[in-house]
Design a binder for this molecule. Structure first.
Ligand code: CA
Length: 221
């Protein structure tokens, strides 16, 4: 997932971004509300983790503005404030979930998966098109029941494609999903990742749609 982390506490920010990157997510980290707002306007994120107490612009104002322009980017509010009114206000302003600091990483990850499921309109925890299956909780991947091992970037590409089997993702869309702002992206990086994925998953697992991008076939197709 491409994640925007909005957190002004350096220690939490470093810990969280490292932990999420280790899981293969691409994480862009900003430390104030204004930067968060600019980032959300410029880039499509799969998830924002939003602290409420922020310099320059309060988290609640960032959230309010986001929903005001009908941006449905999933948001999990992470904050030290545990007052009931803050939780209720956060949810009513359009947060998808709420986590009070300090929290366990395992709980945050489980909530991230749940939010991603709801956002995609899925009830089942696993992504599958019948041939390929991904378990976001364990990051295991199977091809017709056979488990395969993918690198973090390969996993990120497959996850993005398998979220909507049959839908084409362009090179640009895949790059946005897989790489953060500070990462150098070679012009053929996506082709290389697709090449390795096909070697591991089978040549027909990912289809190239000439001039448009790539897709995984719908189940039964
Ligand atoms: Ca804060």
């Amino acid at each position: 997932m491409r994640i925007l982390l909005v957190e002004d506490d350096r220690m939490i920010g470093v810990d969280l971004s490292e932990a999420l990157r280790t899981d293969g997510h691409s994480v862009d980290w900003v430390t104030d509300g204004l930067a968060a707002e600019l980032a959300l306007q410029a880039t499509r994120f799969d998830l924002a983790l939003l602290d409420l107490g922020l310099p320059r612009k309060a988290g609640r104002e960032v959230l309010r503005a986001l929903r005001h322009r009908d941006d449905a980017t999933p948001v999990i509010v992470i904050t030290a404030r545990d007052a009931l009114e803050d939780r209720v206000e956060g949810l009513d302003l359009g947060a998808d979930d709420y986590l009070v600091k300090p929290f366990e990483l395992a709980e945050l990850k489980a909530r991230m998966r749940a939010v991603a499921r709801r956002h995609a309109g899925r009830a089942r925890p696993r992504l599958s098109n019948g041939t390929l299956t991904v378990d976001p909780a364990t990051r295991e991947v199977w091809v017709e029941g056979r488990e395969v091992t993918l690198s973090a970037k390969e996993y990120a590409v497959l996850y993005a494609l398998l979220e909507r089997p049959g839908a084409i993702l362009s090179r640009r869309q895949i790059e946005e999903r897989v790489y953060g702002w500070n990462e150098e992206v070679e012009s053929n990086a996506v082709d290389v990742l697709i090449h390795y994925l096909r070697r591991k998953l089978g040549a027909g697992a990912i289809k190239n749609v000439r001039g448009a991008g790539w897709m995984v076939p719908k189940s039964g197709a």
